[in-house]
Design a protein around this ligand. Structure first.
Ligand code: AMP
Length: 437
């Protein structure tokens, strides 16, 4: 999928024009305090550009997974519903009422975007006003009172159940906040794979362009897929093959080398008949794994699996561990990281790459004893000089934690969205934007 979408620089932004910007302010919070402001800082260039043009900037985002507390008759989440269903029938109504009451009291505090407005104001000179609702009286009044070059941040858009249902009336109500002559800017790559009212539906009612963050994602990842500097190396890890089948299938037609590490490697090993002990394995994906190996062979793609592993007794942080070659993992042991020989092999293979795409850790990198493989790959990618693209999620977190973030060409801001992009799927939050002529 290559996108040729208009960005904020491709349209005229007039002073006084109302611009609805979907951001990704889904920041980690602890006890009402933002623990990483990376996403807020990342959104600033787009917001500043619009403010400098004198626009009235309406900011919107979701935060966490709240109940839709602004919706009359909102429901329990799936987990709670399951709990209630397990109770004797006579107790269910009271338990439901209690849980809903609790959500009504706690969610507006736990999932409010108010702290984000405060954080934005530190950088934007106090020009951000927070609205305590989404399309209600408070938002409307505060938008009506806006001066040019200022912002209103709306409350968590997922407090309304119509957001995730992409309800057309709700999407129109969001668009109406910008009104006649308004503009929609999507800059939330992390939710671009979701067709929600504020990410896609709204584009039915307003001209729509992308902000700087999405523009960067689609230009760098789009180029890697369409016209990569070669050799093109894909490194895939993480727990399961099933999560990455789509990506492997799409990349196997494009890359020169496919490197597989992490838990998913053991499904491949089992498929080719190696003993894997108690390593994580998807028994129902063995044929598929063989098919992918075949396809790689047919496409003349170098297909690398670990040659050695760090194996542990149990799936535990402090379990006993040792190094073992891949063809001889004993019973009662599980692979939890790639071994030293594999680190060397992978690093050497990455060395001469022109483009590297990496998604998924090489082992249980959350645990220090099994983080060595991920660290070695991060170092090799950082030092390769290749165009380096790190999918979001665990690999992005590992790269940041290990201090290699500024050595990478691009760290995607969306885990699920970048996977779907690399799978070649259409992302609704991008597809809905205007094409360049
Ligand atoms: P993913 O979200 O698919 O990228 O998977 C990331 C998760 O895979 C992390 O939580 C890792 O702990 C886990 N993982 C990586 N290697 C292994 C392994 N050998 N065994 C079990 N889990 C693993």
């Amino acid at each position: 999928m290559t996108y040729n979408k208009k960005s904020i620089e491709d349209v005229e932004i007039k002073a006084g024009q109302k611009v609805f910007v979907r951001c990704d302010f889904n920041v980690p919070m602890k006890d009402g305090v933002i623990t990483s402001d990376k996403r807020i800082v990342g959104a600033l260039p787009t917001i500043r550009y619009l403010m400098d043009k004198g626009a009235k900037v309406i900011l919107s985002s979701h935060m966490g997974k709240p109940h839709a507390v602004f919706t009359p008759n909102f429901k329990l989440d799936k987990k709670e519903q399951k709990k209630v269903d397990a109770l004797p029938e006579a107790e269910r109504a009271a338990a439901t009422a209690e849980l809903l009451e609790k959500a009504k009291k706690n969610d507006p505090k736990k999932f409010t975007l108010a702290p984000v407005a405060d954080r934005l104001n530190q950088d934007l000179g106090g020009k951000v006003v927070f609205a305590t609702d989404i399309i209600g009286d408070d938002a409307k009044a505060k938008i009506a009172a806006m001066k040019n070059g200022t912002c209103v941040l709306l409350e968590n858009v997922r407090f309304d159940a119509r957001e995730t249902k992409n309800d057309p009336a709700f999407a129109k109500a969001l668009a109406d906040l910008a009104g006649e002559g308004g503009l929609f800017v999507n800059d939330a790559f992390g939710t671009a794979h979701r067709a929600h009212a504020s990410t896609a539906g709204i584009a039915d009612y307003l001209p729509a362009v992308c902000g700087y963050l999405i523009q960067k994602e689609i230009s760098i990842m789009g180029k890697a897929l369409a016209d990569p500097a070669r050799p093109f190396v894909a490194i895939l890890g993480g727990a399961k093959v099933s999560d990455k089948i789509g990506v492997i299938n799409n990349l196997i037609d494009k890359v020169d080398m496919l490197i597989i590490g992490g838990g998913m490697a053991y499904t491949f090993f089992r498929a080719i008949g190696s003993s894997i002990g108690t390593s994580i394995c998807e028994e129902d994906k063995l044929e598929l794994a063989l098919g992918l190996i075949e396809k790689a062979k047919k496409n003349k793609v170098d297909f690398l699996l670990p040659v050695d592993n760090i194996i542990g007794r149990e799936y535990k942080e402090d379990t006993t561990y040792m190094r073992m070659y891949s063809d001889s993992i004993p019973d009662g042991w599980m692979g939890l990281d790639i071994g030293e020989k594999t680190q060397e092999l992978f690093a050497k293979s990455i060395e001469g790459a022109g483009t590297v795409v990496w998604n998924g850790p090489m082992g249980v990198s959350e645990w220090e004893n099994f983080a060595g493989g991920t660290r070695a790959v991060a170092k090799a990618v950082a030092e390769s000089g290749a165009v380096s693209i790190i999918g979001g999620g665990d690999s992005a977190a590992a790269v940041e934690q290990l201090g290699y973030a500024d050595k990478m060409t691009h760290i995607s801001t969306g885990g699920g969205a970048s996977l779907e992009f690399l799978e070649g799927l259409e992302l609704p939050g991008i597809a809905c934007l205007m094409d360049k002529e």
